[in-house]
Design a protein around this ligand. Structure first.
Ligand code: UDP
Length: 241
């Protein structure tokens, strides 16, 4: 392994399902998946232990099911199952790059992947395997952002990295307003009080209570994950004041 220039020993990377679909409207785009996998590989090769939580917005979100007439819990279970599909897809692409990977699901499905067991997940990471947490928290009425905050706390991660389509948190939508400014640093309370839509409030609160910094960066920018891990590149850090 290449020596680490990272101040982080163990991190969680949260990716939305949309990141996997590239230019498409639905599902997977092979180039987008391969790019994300190579970002993860670069950081792992720096000696950083990595776990991932991947959403399912590219396949199914609970609220979409609700608007189609399903009850919320059923729709949310469908959303959680969709995150398992994404986890298996990303595992397959990572393994093509020779990155050892394990998928651990909060909803046990032993023919497909391992069940989520905290100590086992830690052991996998200590052995250098990338762990992908699937099926969110295993409970309806939550999101994969909250699952990411929960797993980051359980795994004693040094930080939660949120890879998005833009390179941080802005004062306004940067795609609409050229005057939008990127914040370099925010407190958890800033995000909650200003309703900045970085992650849902329960995820932010969980990170606040457990002093887990959140770093928002663009997963679309090549090598951006490695750069923010080294403390360089563009991002917004959310932490205590
Ligand atoms: N979900 C859930 N409980 C969880 C995590 C996820 O019920 O702990 C469901 C919920 O319906 C959500 C869907 O799974 O809409 C997909 O997750 P999310 O919307 O967070 O995906 P993302 O927006 O990150 O792609």
């Amino acid at each position: 392994m290449i020596s680490t220039k990272s101040k982080y020993n163990r991190v969680l990377l949260k990716l939305s399902g949309e990141g996997l679909m590239g230019e498409r409207d639905f599902g997977f785009e092979p180039n987008a998946m391969e790019r994300i996998a190579s970002e993860v590989k670069t950081v792992r090769d720096m000696g950083v232990q990595i776990c991932l939580v991947i959403g399912a917005g590219n396949i199914f979100r609970g609220l979409k099911g609700v608007s189609a007439g399903l009850d919320r819990s059923s729709a949310d279970y469908m959303g959680m199952l969709a995150t398992v599909m994404n986890a298996i897809g990303v595992q397959s692409v990572l393994e093509k790059l020779n990155v050892p990977t394990r998928v651990l699901s909060a909803i046990p499905m032993s023919n497909v992947c391992e069940p989520y067991i905290r100590r086992r997940a830690e052991r996998h990471m200590e052995k250098g395997r990338v762990v992908i947490f699937a099926a969110g928290t295993g409970n309806p009425y939550f999101t994969t952002d909250t699952a990411a905050a929960l797993r980051a706390a359980e795994m004693n991660c040094d930080a939660l990295f949120k890879g998005t389509q833009v390179d941080g948190v802005y004062s306004k939508d940067p795609k609409e307003y050229t005057s939008a400014e990127r914040y370099k640093k925010l407190t958890y309370l800033d995000v909650l009080a200003r309703d900045l839509k970085v992650m849902d409030a329960s995820a932010i609160s969980l990170c606040k209570e457990n002093s887990i910094p959140i770093i928002v960066f663009s997963i679309q920018t090549i090598e951006a994950f490695a750069d923010v891990i080294r403390g360089r590149g563009k991002s917004t850090m959310i932490c205590e004041g």
